[in-house]
Design a protein around this ligand. Sequence first.
Ligand SMILES: Cc1cc2nc3c(=O)[nH]c(=O)nc-3n(C[C@H](O)[C@H](O)[C@H](O)COP(=O)(O)OP(=O)(O)OC[C@H]3O[C@@H](n4cnc5c(N)ncnc54)[C@H](O)[C@@H]3O)c2cc1C
Length: 335
Amino acid sequence: MPAPSDRDAAPSQRGGVPSAPANAAHWDEHFSAFCAAFGGAVALRREEPLAAKTTLRVGGAARIYAEPASVDELQVLVRAAQTRGVPILMLGRGSNVVVPDEGVDALVVALTHEAWARFEPRADGSVQVGAGLRLKNLCGLAAKAGLAGFEFLEGIPGNIGGALRMNAGAMGGWMFDVVESVQLMSRNGAVTTLAKAAMHVDYRHCAELHDAIALGAMLRPAARTEGDAVARQIDVYRKKRQESQPREPSAGCIFKNPPGSSAGRLIDECGLKGERVGDAEVSPVHANFIVNRGRASAADVLELVRRIRARVRQARGVDLQPEVLLFGKNWEDVL
Ligand SMILES: Cc1cc2nc3c(=O)[nH]c(=O)nc-3n(C[C@H](O)[C@H](O)[C@H](O)COP(=O)(O)OP(=O)(O)OC[C@H]3O[C@@H](n4cnc5c(N)ncnc54)[C@H](O)[C@@H]3O)c2cc1C
């Protein structure tokens, strides 16, 4: 398994991209400049709390936060951020991130506006979707339209943008199994479409979306179906999840599965189910989930991650690598 590398770093921490100033006055200055540039056209907020925008519900605020309503608005934002040297971090449904307690020194952009939630079946059988479309809605709309092939995504609580970036997968399928092409915006605002064959995709990673922003994708369903076969398959997958995954807030699987092995099984075999730091707990239901029992902090989660890794390394000689991203930071810097 590849070790976590520079590719998983936030833009602010990679070579060549200017670091953002850390102090409040500088961020006030950026904020005022953005507000002046957009004249109120883009919803912008300063020190926007992020915990409630994530499924784990921990962490601090975004120095600046924006919800653009169109490609044009996003483009203006991206170009202004580049000019001012402000790093941009995309936030999908926040289901694969741990937000640090101190928040993130970045412009956090979320494609939550309904304009990003397109679902448009085409005459040639493909489906155009927006990056902000929830996977749950993709599954529901596809079932209604009699389009089979997306059912495996049922229960992954992300949107299309996050699922493309993570190449989300379940039940033996991967997001990129159903992708034909992706529309993306580079960090200088240029919009392009890349065919799947031109993209570099592997386990929980899409190289092109490390820097670029996914705007949408052309998906290819496996088949057209009659009746309620798709809905029934979705129900099967939903039940499977309900039986095997915890209900409490979490960020899904915390660690990647080592090749040929299961992170959850290794953690379980080390007797770590129920292990707790503050309100962060290794789920007694599924050992690869850290759940928030109510008032966990990101620091609690990080300490539990360190403890799990140390125990599994000591007992089994395996270095577990986080699957969940530390938003705006590198895991190497905190582990
Ligand atoms: C209960 C539960 C079950 C889960 N089950 C699964 C599972 O079965 N399989 C699986 O693979 N994952 C699973 N996950 C993890 C998570 O749901 C997926 O990784 C999902 O694809 C993340 O999507 P998101 O929209 O929440 O992205 P976020 O968590 O918000 O972001 C993830 C990454 O994508 C980037 N990103 C977001 N939007 C864009 C965009 N438009 N363009 C470029 N980059 C972007 C972010 O910057 C970040 O780097 C689960 C999580 C939970 C809480």
